[in-house]
Design a protein. Structure first.
Length: 72
């Protein structure tokens, strides 16, 4: 499990419902990586239409707390 305080500091500036790009920016990865986390590693999202996704801050936090437990 990752450090909860570090995760909270990292996502502190995220809005309650974040875009793929906002998450990519705080994590310093490409948007495609966030989409991969969604498809393959269980990062929860809500689809709004065919091209718009939103990620709830709580779900991002939960994903980051347990992401080091995921097998490659």
């Amino acid at each position: 499990m990752n450090d909860p305080e570090a995760v909270d500091d990292l996502i502190a500036q995220l809005p309650e419902w974040a875009t793929t790009e906002e998450i990519a920016d705080i994590m310093r990865v490409k948007a495609q990586t966030v989409l991969k986390w969604n498809r393959e590693y269980g990062l929860k999202s809500v689809s709004i239409g065919s091209r718009v996704r939103r990620y709830r801050k709580k779900d991002v936090r939960d994903f980051l707390l347990t992401s080091d437990e995921a097998a490659d």
